[in-house]
Design a protein around this ligand. Structure first.
Ligand code: ATR
Length: 277
């Protein structure tokens, strides 16, 4: 008899994650005998959790805050994830856990759908943490001119120095000029996330209508940043749900080798977010 396949997400906090909702909807749609669960794991326990997951026959895991960098030390790391310096996906199918990073692929796919061409575009990324690292790696590789803007400027400088064609700035008066000169603005910080929904690092008066504004925060779906963008007449505004879905879809494909039902996954996430309001 085939055993039910178990997948999950490890992190802390993790109880509000929408990954279980999204992946379980996909399993149901494809008629797969599989379940996806959330496991609260502290940084001290990440090695034990990965070894335990392997022993228990878990098929695959997502890795989230604050474990994305620490988990690297306990697995074989795929080349791109190694360059990014963080993983969000673990595959156990070959026996040894292998770590991947699908955050960057997810954001690149979102942007390509919205703006078509990345090559030569000026992209301003707010943040220099794990998410910013993954996103900036892909955009830089695709030929964008990236500027990293971060509250702690040293982190921005450090990240920019690892990229091919990137600058770094702080969140001071320079920011206004950079927003004005950008084609794409990405918030890769947690600013604006529930319960601090009134926060934004960039306001309407700094934006221009041809800017593409993309927020990786998905709770709330319409963040203050996106609201300000609409107020500024910005035509292309992208919320964080798509990135969540695309990174999840890329993980799903790594684990199951099947084509993920993207629309089903996206609807499940949007419905769950609306129910919470
Ligand atoms: P993640 O892996 O989700 O990117 P992280 O590594 O903790 O998480 O990074 C969070 C990012 O949000 C950082 O760039 C952080 O700025 P600092 O490097 O200065 O800490 C940014 N951030 C979080 N809260 C912020 C705030 N209130 N104002 C500005 N930036 C903030």
């Amino acid at each position: 008899m085939n055993m039910k396949k178990i997948y999950g997400i490890i992190g802390d906090p993790v109880s509000h994650s929408l990954s279980p909702t999204m992946h379980n909807a996909a399993f149901e749609k494809l008629g797969m005998d599989a379940i996806y669960l959330a496991f609260r794991v502290s940084p001290e326990e990440v090695g034990d959790a990965i070894r335990g997951g392997k022993s228990l026959g878990i098929a695959g895991l997502n890795v989230t805050i604050p474990l994305k960098e620490k988990a690297l030390f306990f697995v074989n790391v795929e080349e791109v994830a190694k360059k990014i310096g963080a993983i969000n996906t673990l595959d156990f199918s070959s026996g040894t856990p292998v770590g991947y990073n699908t955050d960057g692929i997810g954001s690149l796919r979102v942007l390509k759908e919205t703006t078509c061409e990345i090559n030569g575009k000026n992209v301003l990324i707010l943040g220099a943490g794990g998410a910013a690292k993954a996103i900036s790696f892909y955009l830089d590789t695709d030929g964008a001119r990236v500027t990293i803007a971060n509250r702690t400027k040293e982190r921005a400088t450090q990240l920019a120095s690892k990229l091919r064609n990137a600058d770094s700035i702080g969140l001071d008066s320079e920011l206004r000029k950079y927003v004005k000169d950008s084609d794409i603005l990405i918030n890769a910080t947690s600013v604006g996330m529930y319960p601090n929904e009134d926060a934004t690092l960039v306001n309407a008066d700094m934006m221009h209508p041809d800017l593409v504004v993309f927020d990786i925060v998905y709770n709330p779906m319409e963040t203050k940043l996106l609201n300000e963008a609409k107020r500024a007449g910005v035509k292309k505004v992208v919320d964080g749900v798509k990135m969540l879905v695309y990174q999840g879809a890329a993980s799903f494909k790594i684990w199951t080798k099947r084509e993920p039902p993207i629309n089903v996954m996206e609807n499940a996430v949007r419905e769950a977010l609306i129910r919470k309001l």
